[in-house]
Design a protein around this ligand. Structure first.
Ligand code: ZN
Length: 328
């Protein structure tokens, strides 16, 4: 890993600049919390912060920055990177580790990705560490939402907002990371300000087919009697349903744009989007988004893919009907 992807764009963000300013003033907090769904951006932010702690300009080229980039600095640790749960025993190790002298005598940094996946017991264990901070030890937590984070933890960390990137920034970031311009433009249009989402859309080979499968379904889904026809569709297979939910989100985002008279991000499917807009009112689109969020939560708690699909389709027919009749 020679180049840090998205470094320019993330360095411009207020999240990076506010933490860099704390470092500059010698006031780096004991613990930070960064709320963002944009995992790629958070990953780059964490690397940049680590570089900045040991190098005044986070230049990316000096020996210290190289060590951070190669993840060979013994005093910088990345935790809970996978999606599996972090255990109390692992958290106890972190606390013990934090209490030990730094290998290189300077700051010790711990970066928690996906903090939302931590269960309550390891979070409680971590709380003890926050209550009795060690000198020169800094924690950086990130999570897609604060919903599953203990309020007692949130009250002891400095919260940092990571704002959405502009479409242009996402486009430029993707192009610089090697994505062909045309794909980067499509990714940026659909990114809703997220580098992670932008990349997903820019690199999805199956994209056009997947979009038409979802839009065809929405046009064809007239009532609950149609649900059985679609529920066993390939797009709801265990390995595809996560991606399919993202496509549903993007389709409804475009439908909302159509209602508001804005440019339609999914311009590849413009006609279908307008057709769907005539079936789903603004209120229905709002409710559909909530339904999709619930589906994501259910998938995360290991609900069976077919049950999630069944719930999604039934609820969609319901919100469409309900919101229509309330308008009439
Ligand atoms: Zn450097």
């Amino acid at each position: 890993m020679n180049e840090l992807r998205y470094a320019d764009e993330v360095k411009q963000s207020s999240a990076y600049r506010s933490i860099a300013a704390d470092i500059e003033r010698g006031e780096l907090s004991h613990a930070y919390f960064i709320r963002s769904e944009d995992k790629d951006a958070v990953e780059t932010l964490f690397t940049l912060i680590a570089m900045r702690v040991y190098c005044d300009t986070a230049c990316g080229k000096c020996a210290e920055c190289r060590k951070v980039l190669l993840r060979s600095k013994p005093d910088v640790k990345y935790l809970a990177e996978g999606t599996e749960n972090f255990t109390v025993a692992e958290m106890a190790e972190v606390t013990e580790d934090a209490g030990m002298t730094a290998f290189e005598g300077g700051e010790k940094l711990y970066f928690f990705l996906n903090f939302e996946n931590l269960a309550e017991p390891p979070q409680n264990k971590f709380l003890k560490t926050l209550e009795e901070p060690f000198d020169k030890v800094h924690f950086f937590l990130s999570a897609a939402s604060t919903a599953t984070v203990l309020p007692t933890i949130l009250s002891r960390v400095k919260q940092v907002v990571f704002p959405a990137f502009s479409e242009q920034s996402v486009r430029d970031a993707l192009v610089k990371s090697g994505v062909p311009v045309e794909n980067a433009e499509r990714g940026a249009r659909l990114s809703q300000g997220s580098l992670t989402r932008g990349r997903e859309y820019a690199t999805d080979e199956d994209f056009l087919r997947h979009i038409s499968e979802v839009t065809d379904l929405l046009v064809g889904l007239k009532g609950s009697a149609d649900v059985y026809r679609y529920v066993r569709d390939g797009i709801f297979a265990k390995e595809r349903i996560g991606r399919t939910l993202s496509i549903f989100e993007s389709v409804f985002h475009s439908v909302m744009s159509a209602h508001l008279g804005l440019a339609i991000p999914l311009e590849e499917a413009k006609e279908r989007i307008n057709e769907i807009a005539s079936m789903y009112t603004v209120a229905a689109v709002g409710e559909a988004n909530d339904v999709i969020l619930t589906c994501r939560a259910r998938l995360k708690s290991n609900c069976n893919a077919t049950n999630v699909a069944d719930y999604l389709l039934l609820k969609l027919t319901e919100v469409k009907y309900k919101c229509r009749s309330s308008l009439a």
